[in-house]
Ligand binder design. Structure first.
Ligand SMILES: [Zn+2]
Length: 339
């Protein structure tokens, strides 16, 4: 299938809606993983691949149609700094996608078993419904690799130019594009220059799988660096390789307004996967308790996001399989064609 058609046909077959998974890193943490490391969730590729696979599986059983690999903070530069070789680093990137694909295979197997046993699609409150599942390879920003908070400021200083960013991301994007993933998720993009770098890389490297671009915002108007969301979304809209554009890791209260802004410049499907709304303190490297929204509140926003024009819905940091299951139930209640 032509890469640019992958997502539009997917959405056509699913009644115009798809569900993305929830927070991966924070869910690994909730299961006891210690991510206090420059590699963050990518550390689990080395220490606990089984847990990563289990969390992917939990999201599928909660109703997710698209799962995002644990490569968000997995970079060749970050692995090399830990003493791994170039080959080992590239193998770990591939492994992040392999683990997600394994979870998908396991899920299909479980769906087959459930239907052979004549069980309902909903078994033990798990969604065991055979449907096409996509694996997205995550690419986090240069700021995420730095692990110094600049992921949330988008402020890289003058020395970090467009070319610098392209070279920083080049090999990782090449490896992930050949890893067997269905698409690349460029997530939590903090500024315009990084979006431009991704768009140019996709062309220069003739990347064969499609991508989505999601930006994050902390004021409900611009991306975190202060760059214009309209300009950032326009870069995604202009790229033939980008099949969806939207917002991730941003408080739910901002999402509806941000969708309406993106719609001013984008005709592509809009993807949103907000965080729980809790604030993250980059100094103590922890989430500030009780600053977010409860699952029920998160889910009560979903219909408005759909009305505003989004087609792909999920959650980011501190959302859980329960959040995703809430989204699944809300959207299936209102969509006959879907489920
Ligand atoms: Zn997040």
């Amino acid at each position: 299938m032509s890469p640019s058609l992958l997502l539009s046909q997917y959405l056509e077959n699913s009644g115009g809606i798809a569900i993305v998974d929830g927070g991966l890193a924070t869910e690994l943490e909730r299961h006891g993983a210690d991510l206090n490391d420059p590699l963050w969730s990518a550390k689990c590729l080395l220490t606990s691949p089984h847990l990563v696979r289990q969390v992917h599986l939990d999201y599928l059983e909660a109703g997710a149609d698209i799962i995002i690999s644990a490569s968000y903070q997995a970079t060749i530069q970050g692995f090399r700094a830990k003493g791994l070789s170039q080959e080992e680093s590239e193998a770990l990137l591939r492994k992040s996608v392999d683990i997600a694909c394994e979870a998908r295979d396991l899920y299909y197997k479980n769906c087959g078993k459930a239907s052979a046993e004549g069980l309902e699609a909903r078994h033990d409150s798990k969604i065991l419904k055979s449907r096409p599942i996509l694996v997205a390879a995550s690419v986090g920003s240069y700021g995420a690799y730095l692990a110094d908070g600049s992921e949330y400021s988008g402020n890289y200083g003058d020395t970090v130019t467009l070319d610098y960013l392209k070279d920083f991301h080049r090999r990782r994007v090449q490896v992930l594009a050949e890893s067997g993933a269905d698409l690349i998720a460029f997530e939590t993009i903090p500024n315009k220059v990084e979006a431009q770098a991704y768009a140019e890389l996709l062309n220069e490297e003739n990347i064969k799988i499609p991508a989505w671009f999601t930006f994050s915002s902390k004021d409900g108007e611009n991306v975190v660096s202060g760059d214009s969301l309209l300009e950032c979304a326009s870069i995604a809209e202009a790229s033939k390789k980008v099949v969806a554009v939207g917002i991730n890791c941003t408080p739910p209260r901002f999402i509806e307004g941000l969708i309406l802004l993106i719609k001013k410049v984008a005709t592509k499907p809009i993807i949103i996967y907000p965080n729980s709304g809790e604030t993250y303190d980059p100094i103590v490297k922890n989430w500030v308790q009780n600053t977010g929204v409860q699952d029920e509140d998160f889910v009560s926003y979903v219909k408005n996001w759909q009305k505003a024009g989004a087609s792909l819905f999920g959650g980011c940091c501190r959302t859980t399989p329960k959040t995703i299951n809430g989204i699944y139930r809300t959207l299936s209640e209102h969509s006959v064609s879907l489920r």
